[in-house]
Design a protein around this ligand. Structure first.
Ligand SMILES: [Zn+2]
Length: 303
């Protein structure tokens, strides 16, 4: 009986503390949320400025009201030849992302015989590459008038002349897709400047849908990087792509589908809010030693 009373009063203390914490200014922050209360964010992206993206992917996205990111290789003739179409895509809410001017990749990696010697990333310095990437941003600005955008590393190579180059461009972008990989495992470890992306090739609709369903189950982000859609290279059949888009459009409560610049900006905004809340909580802990610091802080710590 005595033990029960002790238990009850201890529980009462905990509830009182939690109650205080709930009403304390530091605990007003809410958990990380995707817009509209969606379970996961989905970033659809299309690399290399390929004709089948304008012919097949873009009309399919527009028909369902889904926004995506097109990572343009700006030296591609498809950019200059079809400039009004890219410009219209941007005006419709799609992002034109940076994928460099010349798509340099490491020629020493397996299967990279196609990389021209003068575009060999093993021989291009970090400084040179950064210059190229900043000029690509200026070119993109001339196309769409935007000042904030994201980057996808060509071939997901991270070294220029043997040195890591992504740290040198982080401050120039809202988000970076830097690695081939699966769905983000947790929100706490999701870094918008170091996002892994799936690279489906010749995939079925079911396989594509499984990727976004995994993100919904984890409450995180699914990033998919396509190349050709029903044509060109590294392609995914039009029907499979359509099945994924239809699944996304049919489940707006599960998925927030938007351009990567919007998604990365949202993650950063939520992180800043969490950091501000944590700082306020620390001040409160210092000034009100009786309150339990950190209780009610539900948001993962920021980067
Ligand atoms: Zn590429």
């Amino acid at each position: 009986m005595k033990q029960t009373m002790v238990g009850i009063s201890r529980r009462l203390m905990i509830w009182l503390t939690l109650g205080l914490s709930v009403f304390a200014p530091s605990a007003r922050s809410e958990p990380f949320q995707w817009p509209g209360g969606a379970r996961a964010a989905v970033s659809l992206s299309y690399d290399d400025a390929l004709p089948s993206q304008l012919d097949n992917a873009l009309p399919a996205l527009n028909a369902l009201g889904l926004k995506a990111t097109f990572y343009l290789t700006l030296s591609s003739p498809i950019v200059s030849q079809r400039l009004p179409e890219w410009r219209r895509a941007a005006a419709a809410g799609h992002e034109l992302g940076n994928h460099t001017l010349f798509h340099p990749c490491s020629r020493s990696a397996p299967g990279r015989d196609w990389v021209a010697a003068h575009r060999d990333l093993d021989r291009i310095s970090v400084t040179q590459l950064r210059e190229e990437i900043l000029l690509a941003n200026a070119y993109l600005h001339a196309i769409d008038g935007q000042t904030e955008r994201t980057y996808t590393a060509p071939c997901t190579d991270a070294l220029a002349a043997g040195q890591p180059y992504l740290p040198a461009i982080k401050s120039d972008f809202v988000g970076i897709k830097s690695r081939i990989g699966g769905v983000a495992p947790t929100l706490a470890t999701l870094d918008p400047l170091d996002v892994s992306t799936a690279g489906p090739v010749d995939a079925s609709g079911a396989a594509l849908i499984a990727i976004v369903q995994e993100a919904a189950a984890k409450g995180t982000l699914a990033s998919l990087t396509f190349h050709g859609i029903g044509g060109d290279y590294l392609s995914v059949p039009k029907e499979a792509h359509q099945a994924l888009l239809q699944h996304l459009a049919d489940n707006p409560k599960l998925y927030w589908v938007d351009s990567f610049v919007k998604i990365a900006a949202h993650v950063r905004q939520q992180r800043e809010r969490a950091a501000a809340s944590a700082a306020a909580s620390d001040v409160e802990a210092a000034t009100q030693p009786q309150a339990q610091a950190g209780v009610g802080r539900l948001v993962p710590s920021g980067h």
